[in-house]
Design a protein around this ligand. Structure first.
Ligand code: ZN
Length: 329
């Protein structure tokens, strides 16, 4: 495969560009460029840093792909996928994303601001004093004009050169998460939906988002797709999609079992359950976690508790302005 300085060819007309994620344990984002005849595209664009901007622009230059003919396909609006948009959109083509992510990146309705964090801390039962320790950076340094963004839905197609990408609804990791699948070529871009070695964080957005329910359903949905290549956003190509899906399903199954056994002690909020659950980061010492990790771990627990609640295996108390307390039924 032909190699240039910034972009590595990984399939016909598809190039991987590794964008460094300074300060993130994810280390880097794999951004994918698909070369078309008149129009090309790039899937996910990295942080807002000068480093990410320069590398991506240099990669396009090396490949002799003009940025004005390049659309941006966004799998979801986490900062490592969308942060770079404000640097790119003035010169680039159209940004395609789900409706939920359009709300986030245009600022129409944002689930990453202070109000959302207060809501999330409250529902999880995380002490509000810890809010101070949350990182101040936002997913986007500035919002994107609505005129640059087009919404795509499950089943829509986007064509670039030899590739006909079908939009696949993959909500779960984030409520607006989408992937792109070329059925004929057997190439899937799942974003963060399925990754090697790490299980994507399943957070809690609003009750109606039912994160874990959707996540599990959408894992099963892609399990048996006929794929030759699966190119996720982090941690390299997935060689055995069904095998990896099964491992992740098993992880959530054992997490649910663990939570049930913790809840058998007494009714608890998500933060209390998280303090008793098994973790791997920092030798599993939850108390020593930086606030952002505590929050991510606890909202993942909340998503599992909600799943048990929706399935009728757990009850829940707590009104609109109160922390949710869960108990076994
Ligand atoms: Zn993500």
């Amino acid at each position: 495969m032909k190699e240039t300085n910034r972009a590595t060819q990984i399939a016909q007309d598809i190039y991987e560009v590794k964008l460094p994620l300074a300060g993130s344990s994810l280390k880097e984002l794999s951004s994918y460029i698909i070369r078309g005849k008149d129009r090309s595209c790039v899937i996910d664009v990295g942080f807002e840093t000068e480093e990410c901007e320069t590398i991506l622009k240099e990669a396009l230059k090396e490949l002799e792909i003009p940025i004005r003919n390049t659309d941006i396909l966004l799998t979801h609006s986490h900062r490592d996928h969308c942060g770079n948009l404000p640097n790119l959109y003035p010169d680039a083509g159209t940004i395609y994303c789900s409706e939920w992510d359009r709300w986030q990146i245009t600022g129409e309705q944002s689930d990453s601001g202070k109000d959302y964090l207060v809501f999330s801390f409250l529902k999880c039962g995380i002490p509000m004093a810890l809010l101070e320790g949350m990182p101040k950076e936002k997913d986007l340094s500035s919002f994107i004009p609505d005129s640059k963004v087009k919404t795509v839905r499950d089943g829509d197609f986007l064509s670039y050169g030899r590739y006909k990408l079908k939009v696949v609804d993959l909500k779960g990791h984030m409520p607006g998460m989408i992937g792109f699948f070329d059925e004929e070529e057997g190439i899937l871009f799942p974003g963060d939906h399925v990754l090697n070695r790490i299980t994507p964080n399943i957070g809690f957005y609003r009750e109606e988002n039912r994160s874990l329910h959707h996540y599990i359903k959408n894992l099963k949905k892609i399990r048996n797709l006929k794929t030759k290549h699966v190119f996720p956003a982090h941690r390299g190509e997935i060689r055995d999609l069904a095998g990896r899906v099964d491992e992740i399903l098993e992880h959530h199954e054992s997490r649910l079992e663990e939570i049930i056994s913790i809840l058998s002690l007494k009714p608890m909020c998500a933060y209390e359950v998280a303090g008793k659950a098994k973790w791997y980061y920092k030798e599993g010492n939850f108390r020593a976690y930086p606030v952002v990790m505590k929050w991510m771990a606890t909202s993942e627990i909340l998503a599992h508790l909600q799943y048990l609640y929706e399935k009728g295996e757990a009850g829940r108390s707590g009104g609109v302005d109160e922390t949710y307390i869960y108990y076994l039924l």
